[in-house]
Design a protein around this ligand. Structure first.
Ligand code: CO
Length: 140
């Protein structure tokens, strides 16, 4: 009878002991926030993705009244420039140096786009009206 009581006591101690070990080993402890603002729902990123450089927005040049507006355009590399003929006469975009910046003749409402991938100053004019001049300055 005495051995039985001791035996039951040992079993109880073992159950409590293993129970406590089980709770610890499973991190089975819950911290209840006192209010909802303590709850941080944003995931913790251990491997943050690098931020990417935003793509430059398109820049527009208005062709009107026999002029490019703005006549001098400062942009960053990778920017796409869109020339739109908002005048009544046909115009074009022609590189002064004979480079690849060259459009077809644009009628009213038509546009031409060119993406500048190199730094430098790119002078152009309208071959139909040589007094129409413009410069695109491209920086990093
Ligand atoms: Co013109």
């Amino acid at each position: 009878m005495k051995n039985t009581i001791i035996g039951i006591g040992i079993v109880i101690v073992l159950i409590l002991g293993f129970g406590g070990y089980y709770m610890i080993s499973n991190n089975n402890f819950t911290i209840v926030p006192t209010n909802s603002s303590d709850i941080n729902n944003s995931p913790i990123s251990t491997n943050p993705t690098p931020t990417t450089t935003p793509t430059p927005a398109n820049v527009t040049v208005d062709i009107k009244n026999f002029a490019f507006n703005p006549p001098i355009l400062n942009i960053k590399v990778g920017t796409k420039v869109v020339w739109t003929n908002n005048g009544s006469a046909p115009h074009n975009i022609t590189s002064n140096s004979g480079g690849i910046l060259s459009s077809a003749t644009l009628s009213t409402g038509q546009f031409f786009s060119f993406t500048f991938t190199k730094t430098g100053s790119f002078s152009y004019h309208c071959a139909i009206h040589p007094m129409m001049k413009g410069i695109v300055v491209v920086i990093n």
